[in-house]
Design a binder for this molecule. Structure first.
Ligand code: ATR
Length: 270
């Protein structure tokens, strides 16, 4: 049986085995998928051991996505743009790194939430690794423009200038966000982890979709959206399932259907 895994630290909370096992049943592909806790300073050792023991592919989660990028011998264009890897496959003894996070978000927005991205104005808050992973896939869908706001404005200005080659994106400070509504607001900060709410102007999300990349809870950002006339709010659970489906396709060449798996995960973790 082909061996797959997810490597991270911590890892016990990971839903990836449940998702991949559900996909494998649906697609009649036999596989084993395990959680592997890697010591913080030993990603390369843990990954090499898994490959040496017969592992043919694995996902990588916090905090190892940049180390996985450096560990990869070949990279897809999405991994290069993201500067991070969340999916690795071993093919002819070559370690190939991909990043499915950004297209996972695009597929959740388009397929599950029925959004159109083309021609829309999108505000992303945050300029860390999560934002770097979603920028190119979103710009590939030809939004009218992406506004990139960050607490530390130097970081959003720098990131925007690096991604200008893929489309219209403009960086500035979080306090410069205008009270004018946009079509989609994405919270890509890590503020929700601490249960903190960002200082955002009311009016920004009037009629908008408010999307938090965090999942597994009703975040302060989602609550703020509901209180400020957002058209819809969503956490990032759909993105998690969609990025897993893209990883599954990277390994097996088959796109699994995601709707029933997302409902199952939502029922047990929503
Ligand atoms: P990740 O990989 O999840 O993106 P990261 O690279 O550490 O994590 O980035 C975290 C992001 O959340 C940054 O944009 C950070 O803003 P700064 O660049 O100014 O540090 C943002 N962030 C975290 N907590 C925040 C808060 N309470 N208010 C506003 N922004 C916050």
């Amino acid at each position: 049986m082909k061996r797959f895994a997810v490597l991270g630290n911590p890892i016990s909370h990971s839903l990836s085995p449940v998702i991949h096992n559900a996909f494998s049943r649906k697609c009649n592909i036999e596989l084993s998928y395990e959680k592997i806790l890697s010591p913080i300073d030993e990603f390369e050792f843990t990954a090499s051991k898994f490959i040496g023991d017969g592992g043919v592919g694995f996902n990588v989660t916090v905090p190892f996505k940049i180390e996985a990028f450096n560990f990869s011998e070949e990279l897809t264009s999405n991994a290069i743009a993201a500067g991070a890897v969340n999916t690795i496959k071993i093919k002819n003894n070559v370690v190939i790194g991909d990043n499915t996070d950004g297209y996972g978000l695009v597929n959740d927005l388009v397929k599950n939430l029925g959004e159109t991205i083309r021609g829309k104005e999108i505000l992303i808050i945050g300029a860390g690794g999560a934002t770097q992973g979603i920028l190119k896939p979103l710009l590939d869908q030809s939004p009218e423009k992406i506004l990139l706001a960050n607490r530390t404005s130097e970081k959003s200005i720098k990131l925007a200038s690096e991604f200008l080659k893929y489309g219209k994106v403009c960086g500035f400070g979080i306090h410069q966000i205008k009270s004018k509504p946009v079509d989609i607001v994405i919270n890509a900060t890590s503020a929700s982890i601490d249960g903190a709410m960002l200082d955002l102007p009311a009016g920004l999300c009037d009629g908008a979709l408010c999307y938090d990349l965090m999942y597994g809870m009703h975040t302060p950002f989602m609550k703020w959206g509901l209180e400020n006339s957002a058209r819809e709010v969503s956490d990032g659970l759909g993105m998690l399932v969609e990025q897993a489906a893209l990883s599954f396709n990277f390994w097996h060449g088959i796109s699994p259907k995601t709707d029933s798996v997302l409902s199952l995960i939502r029922e047990t973790n929503g």
